[in-house]
Design a protein around this ligand. Structure first.
Ligand code: SF4
Length: 99
């Protein structure tokens, strides 16, 4: 994988996010958090929907260096799923896999 290929957000079930209308419509998302579940840092629950018309969402950056798919703070998974997770944050990377 080259650094110009970003993993797709293959699924996002967080319907309360402004970028989610039949999938994630952000151009790219950032995964963050420092411990526990990996949070989607792009989640935003506004009163309006937004993002691109097409569903092309990718993982632009990920700070979870403790994940087995993370290399140099980028994600190397073939795709990630996002959904409600185990912690209080409403949107988590469900593909996160701590080493
Ligand atoms: S799979 Fe791992 S490296 Fe990829 S976005 Fe999720 S937490 Fe980050």
């Amino acid at each position: 994988m080259t650094t110009t290929e970003m993993p797709a957000v293959s699924e996002c079930t967080v319907t309360g996010c402004s970028y989610n209308h039949d999938g994630c419509h952000a151009y790219a998302i950032t995964i963050s958090g420092t411990n526990g579940a990996a949070d989607c840092g792009t989640f935003i629950p506004l009163s309006r929907k937004g993002g691109l018309e097409k569903v092309v969402a990718q993982v632009g950056a990920c700070s979870r260096s403790d994940c087995r798919f993370n290399a140099e703070l980028e994600c190397t998974a073939s795709g990630v799923r996002v959904g409600p997770g185990a912690d209080a944050h409403p949107a988590n990377c469900l593909t996160y896999s701590p080493v």
